[in-house]
Design a protein around this ligand. Structure first.
Ligand code: CA
Length: 630
């Protein structure tokens, strides 16, 4: 061969390595999902410009992995809250498509969960002979046989089915067992005992003061030990609830954190970030101001300890992998958070991003993320292009050599090869974040460098250059010469996608009623949501559901006597007859009862125990209320 031929062969060989180099390679996979972890609270995301007075949380073990892998500095989740974000990660679709745009109710007796006709990626990997395991927080349904991890493609589960948990056994299990068999059993998911596969774990298995993040990691390490030498690879979904609330950390570790980081406390206590924060500024009383500052300081210290504990545990897991370097090198680790950090009272810092968990601004949905895989990622670096948790599904299926079920919609893209070759994954294809609020959606759509944001229902779209202004400080909707065109371009893409699910009703609601989030009421009594048409300004997206009467919740009072099943109704409206529809929590009509203004006593004695929605209608005005029949 002459020199040119040799060069061509070399060139084609290296191209061959780049194109399709990871499909079907079947590495072990570990997804480490942190919960509400702040963008600025991992070392690998902190540049030299990070303001030290916000508190530097050391994360040496996580950083070591990140810095020898590829840091995804522009990674996003599909929704700024836990449940919908996890639903999207495991199903590969935007949560709105499957009615999963709210957190599930935090009730362990709830019959709800992610629709069973959605195939989780774990099921495909399981079918491809992967050993599959889920650890930690599930938050995707309680019902055995339908919604639990073992029903969704995991061979093994150790964790808790709800959306959160107390971190010490003494804080949850005691009250659960103490109240079992009484008239007031524990149904709150935070106090549900830990579960292995389908059964509660005996509390004898660990000490009362053992810390949950440690317990989860112990079990994950033991899983690696048992599975690393098997002929088939393993896929581990390790969903820590740290550093999500409740802010709880071992007292000795908090003390040690203060010793190891002697300036941390003073720096944050005197930081304008805290002392001049909006919540502190809003408080006029000087004593209460001080109390609030102290609350934020203590929250940040406990949160920081939870993060250092998480880091320690990631280090322990990696040490177990490293006992056999072949296993370590052949394991793809994906680390990310399920949504942005919850700042101030919950301790997180999202610097340099604006806003927090729940927001459609970057602080709500841009998350810390990296991919580490020694066998394939030979040179470390940073990936600046947009990547989404939605992309994990097709990526992992590709790695396993599996195929997507026929007819399944996917909102993500297989990323591993593009990540390694540092190519843009979705040019001109925006990611969409939508969060339902009170009868409207907050939303943002972004495709580098532009992002549009609309909040508050009737606001106009703001425009940010997130490539150069990730903190979303400068709204360019009036200054950018092509603003209208850019905004409309993104809106059009949003309409195209939203059209596909505009009539899908939410399967559940986290806030049952109340002044802030009467979502369920809006759906079942007035069908006012989702108002995608108003969001994007087009009739094309109006739902086939009709808008009924406006709610007048402030005019309604229900005085229950739940054990007797009698409810006194005080509806401050002009009426002769008051029609009351009794609706199940899944939106099914059960009964209609008519009341007179003179005897407004609702008899519910015949109904079985449980929660119901009552819709009150005078013919002119309507209101809704949720009741619990004991
Ligand atoms: Ca979360």
């Amino acid at each position: 061969m002459n020199r040119i031929q040799t060069l061509l062969v070399v060139l084609f060989c290296s191209l061959g390595q780049i194109i399709g180099q990871t499909k079907g390679t079947r590495p072990n996979v570990i997804i480490i999902l942190a919960d509400d972890l702040g963008y600025g609270d991992v070392g690998f995301n902190r540049g030299g410009d990070y303001p030290a007075d916000r508190g530097i949380i050391p994360t040496p073990n996580i950083d070591k992995l990140a810095n020898s892998g590829i840091i995804c500095s522009n990674a996003h989740v599909a929704h700024p809250f836990c449940g919908p974000s996890r639903a999207a990660l495991l199903t590969g679709v935007m949560p709105h498509r499957i009615g999963a745009q709210y957190n599930l109710p935090n009730d362990i007796t709830s019959p709800l969960g992610i629709p069973t006709d959605e195939t989780f990626f774990s099921k495909i990997l399981q079918d491809e002979k992967y050993n599959t395991a889920a650890f930690g927080k599930w938050h995707l349904g309680f019902t055995e046989g339908s919604y639990q991890p073992l029903d969704r493609g995991f061979d093994y589960f150790f964790g808790f089915l709800g959306g959160g948990k107390n971190y010490f056994e003494s804080e949850y299990e005691d009250s659960f067992y103490r109240r079992q068999g009484t008239s007031n059993p524990v149904i709150n998911e935070y106090q549900d005992p830990l579960q292995r596969d389908r059964a509660y774990v005996s509390k004898e298995e660990f000490e009362q003061d053992e810390y949950l993040t440690d317990i989860l990691t112990d079990d994950a390490i033991s899983y690696v030990t048992k599975n690393k030498d098997k002929s088939d690879p393993f896929m581990m979904y390790l969903a820590y609830n740290a550093p999500h609330t409740p802010l709880q950390a071992p007292a000795d570790e908090i003390a040690q954190f203060k010793i190891d980081n002697p300036n941390f406390e003073d720096l944050i206590r005197n930081s304008p970030y805290i002392t001049e924060s909006t919540p502190v500024n809003k408080e006029s009383d000087a004593t209460k101001k001080e109390e609030l500052i102290e609350k934020f300081v203590q929250a940040r210290i406990t949160y920081a300890t939870m993060v250092t504990n998480l880091d320690k545990n990631v280090g322990r897991l990696v040490a177990e992998l490293k006992k056999d370097m072949n296993v370590y090198n052949n394991t793809a680790i994906v680390f990310l958070s399920d949504n942005g950090g919850y700042t101030y009272s919950k301790g997180a810092v999202n610097y340099p991003l604006y806003a927090l968990k729940g927001s459609v601004y970057e602080g709500g949905h841009r998350v810390p993320m990296f991919v580490h895989w020694p066998n394939k990622i030979k040179s470390s670096g940073s990936y600046k292009y947009q990547i989404s948790s939605l992309d994990l599904y097709p990526t992992l299926v590709d790695l396993a050599g599996g195929s997507i079920p026929e007819g399944k919609i996917l909102d993500g893209k297989s990323f591993m090869d593009k990540l390694i070759s540092n190519e843009e994954l979705r040019p001109n294809e925006p990611l969409i974040i939508m969060r339902p609020q009170n009868g409207f959606h907050n939303a943002s759509l972004f495709s580098n460098p532009w992002k549009i944001v609309k909040t508050g229902g009737n606001g106009k779209w703001k425009l940010f250059d997130i490539e150069n202004d990730p903190g979303e400080t400068n709204d360019q909707s009036n200054s950018e010469p092509n603003a209208d065109e850019i905004i409309q371009g993104l809106i059009n893409k949003g309409i195209e996608v939203t059209k596909q699910f505009k009539d899908v009703k939410p399967g559940w609601f986290d806030h049952e009623r109340g002044d802030g989030h009467p979502h369920r009421a809006l759906w079942f009594a007035t069908e006012e949501l989702p108002q995608y048409d108003k969001l994007f300004g087009t009739e094309e997206l109006s739902t086939s559901l009709s808008v009924k009467k406006k709610l007048k919740n402030n005019k309604l009072k229900v005085y229950p006597n739940p054990s007797a099943g009698l409810y006194h109704i005080d509806f401050d409206a002009d009426y002769d007859k008051l029609k009351v529809d009794v609706i199940s929590m899944t939106g099914q009509w059960i009964d209609t009862i008519e009341l007179n203004k003179e005897t407004p006593l609702l008899n519910m004695t015949k109904l079985s125990k449980g929660s119901y929605i009552l819709k009150f209608d005078t013919g002119k005005e309507a209101s809704v209320e949720q009741i619990v029949k004991l």
